[in-house]
Design a binder for this molecule. Structure first.
Ligand code: SF4
Length: 99
């Protein structure tokens, strides 16, 4: 898993959940795409990442962290970059009540 919990400013109490992340093992490349990626490859990679997230025991914590830190890259907590950005654009990012 990318070291998403050790960003500057992340409260220390949030640093324990990554130990339970489903993405700690396996192919982490499904969570971050390539710059030249597109079309069917992009969609297939995102589907694979979201499937891992769907079964992750710390999905809520991960999504909350990604929203709180405005993580700009990758699939986090089952959301794409665009899905997270859309929540902020609409002003509906549910940081405190992510399910
Ligand atoms: S929700 Fe997804 S990105 Fe977040 S820790 Fe779990 S598997 Fe990793």
């Amino acid at each position: 898993m990318a070291d998403i919990a050790r960003r500057a400013g992340a409260p220390e109490q949030h640093w324990t959940w990554p130990a339970e992340a489903a993405c700690r093992t396996g192919d982490s490349s499904v969570f971050l795409g390539r710059a030249d990626e597109g079309g069917a490859d992009l969609e297939e990679r995102r589907r694979a990442a979201k499937a891992v997230c769907a079964g992750c025991a710390v999905r809520v914590e991960c999504r909350r962290h990604a929203l709180a830190t405005r993580e700009p890259y990758g699939i986090r907590g089952g959301l794409t970059e665009e899905e997270r950005r859309a929540l902020f654009t609409r002003g509906t990012a549910p940081v405190s009540r992510v399910a």
